[in-house]
Every structure is written in C-alpha cells, then in structure tokens.
Design a protein around this ligand. Structure first.
Ligand SMILES: [Zn+2]
Ligand SMILES: [Zn+2]
Length: 306
C-alpha cells in the first residue's frame, strides 16, 4: 500500500471559466485531491471539488465503504469554498469529514462555513448536512497526522521538527502566510514515505523570494505555487498593475522553487482571463527558467508512488 497520487480538480483563481477557450486547462476553481494509501485529502473546495464528490460517491456505492475525507482550506475566498455546498458526500450520513482551516477575523471554520451556507445565500444550512463533520481551526503552525489505512486524523499543536511518532502516518504541516489580502492564507506540506508536496496558492512574491516559504518547501518533490499574473504586462504594468492583489507571477514562483531546491514546479491558480493558448505560452516561458515545470490543468495526475 504505497499509493501516493495527486490529481488537480480545479486550477483557476477568482471565478470559474467554462467555454471553448479553456477546454484544455479547465475552468473550475481551486481544488487538489490527494490519495495516499486509503486516505483522501483535499486542499480547497472550489468548484473542482464537485467532480471529486461525484467520483467518491461512485466508489462508495460500488465498494460499500463509508467515505472518510480530510478537507483543508487555505483561506475562505469564494474560489476556495464555492464548491463545498455541492460536495455530495457531505450529504451522506455515513460520511466523515475532517475539516481544517484558518481562523479569520476571529471567526472559526465552523462559523465561516455556517455563514456561507445559510439562507438567503444557500438553500441548505451547514447543520442540515447528514455527514459527521469534525471541524478544527488552524493558527498556521500545526501538524495534522492522517492514518493512511482509515483516513482518520490526529491533530497536534506542536512545533514542526518533532519526530514522527509513527513512520507510516501521513504528516501535514501548516504555515501561515501574510502575503494575501486581507488576512493571509495557509500553506500546506503533505509528507509521506520520504515524499513531500507543498501547496502555496494565493500568495504574492517578495524581493529575493519568500524566505519562510523557501524553508517550508525545502526539497519538495512537487511544489504547487500561485502563478496568476504575467510579470511585465499584468503584475508590473504601469496602468493596470496587479501589485498588492496577493498573487504571484511565474517568475516569482520559479525564484522560490529554485531556492527551495524543489524537484518539480506546478504553476497554479491561473487567471480567469488566460485561455489555453496563453497558459501554454506561460508554461513554455517558465520551462526556460525551470525545466521541470508544468502548468496545472484539470485532470493532471502526478503519481509519487513509482
Ligand atoms: Zn484564490
Ligand atoms: Zn484568495
């Protein structure tokens, strides 16, 4: 049982962009699925989580096994939670969801999820969902342990460097980042059997690179980084600059990936105005700087178990 697979379910920032110009990259908002052993770990619940929910339901009906999943929210902007209401496993009484996310503006995860799921904004309230939900708030310096056999989680409020009590447990490290308006974002590092995957979306680069992130992403096998804007004609454009929006250019992503000695860079959280052609162009430009780069697209699978 050494399965370690990542699948990109939604790769857009801001809002969904269906249509003929985004068929290759996909139009759904942020969601990445991890399958490690039997465990299902999901980072962000943009509209990409909806198709994952459908697949989990099919598996549940064919195997009879209850669904157990961990959902990690990076922050609570719409493009990271708008799919949660339509995540069908949450409606099943046999499902267990381990939910983790930040405290923002003194509101915990349960309160924030209740706020986005209530009339008149939503026909269904959080408390109407039949699933068992174990909801935890993160400050941004914790470790979550996940059992790869059962998918159940153990939460440790401890410092990163402590020894893993059981080598076979999946370890998820959390780091708070302040480079996203208005109240920052959480980065996640998922580790299992000497493999490391880092998720750093919705963050803006610093001169010389984000040193805390460089340390956090050290030697990552897969480094998923925000690359929403082009440097010259978007990020630093004199008329329509996107500085301060809390997103990065691909060059910023490369800078951090190089300094962190990441093995593979995945450009993520594409701007909704970028069509397939433009993102392909972006990928080629970045490959000149960092050859092992791929622009995330819906359905991209990275298998770390080989
Ligand atoms: Zn976003
Ligand atoms: Zn955001």
């Amino acid at each position: 049982m050494n399965k370690f697979m990542i699948r990109f379910r939604g790769v857009r920032g801001s809002f969904p962009v269906p249509g003929k110009n985004t068929l290759k990259i996909g139009g759904n908002t942020s969601c990445v699925e991890f399958r490690i052993g039997n465990a299902v770990i999901i980072i962000d619940a943009g509209t990409g989580i909806i198709s994952l929910g459908e697949d989990l339901l099919k598996e549940h009906f064919s195997t009879g096994q209850p669904i157990v999943a961990t959902i990690l929210f990076s922050h609570m902007h719409h493009d990271h939670n708008q799919g949660f209401l339509f995540f069908k496993p949450a409606y099943l009484g046999s499902t267990t969801l381990h939910i983790f996310g930040p405290t923002m503006f003194e509101k915990g995860m349960e309160e924030m999820l209740s706020q986005i799921m209530r009339p008149p904004f939503s026909p269904v309230r959080l408390e109407d969902l039949n699933s068992l939900r174990l909801i935890h708030n993160l400050r941004g310096a914790e470790e979550i342990l996940v059992d790869p056999e059962t998918g159940n989680t153990f939460f440790r409020n401890i410092h990163h460097e402590q020894e893993n009590p059981d080598k076979n447990l999946i370890r998820i490290f959390v780091q708070k980042d302040y480079a996203h308006p208005v109240n920052g974002v959480l980065f996640y590092r998922v580790e299992w059997q000497d493999k490391k995957v880092v998720y750093a979306s919705d963050t803006e680069g610093y001169v010389g690179g984000n040193q805390k992130l460089i340390k956090f992403a050290k030697d990552a096998d897969v480094f998923i980084h925000d690359a929403q804007y082009y440097m010259d004609n978007e990020y630093a454009d004199i008329m329509t600059s996107k500085q301060g929006y809390g997103h990065s250019s691909p060059e910023m992503a490369v800078g951090v990936a190089q300094k962190a000695n990441a093995k593979r860079l995945v450009l993520y959280h594409h701007d909704p105005s970028h069509d397939d052609e433009k993102i392909e162009e972006k990928e080629k430009d970045v490959q000149r700087l960092f050859p092992n780069t791929i622009a995330a697209y819906e359905g991209l699978i990275i298998n770390l178990s080989e």
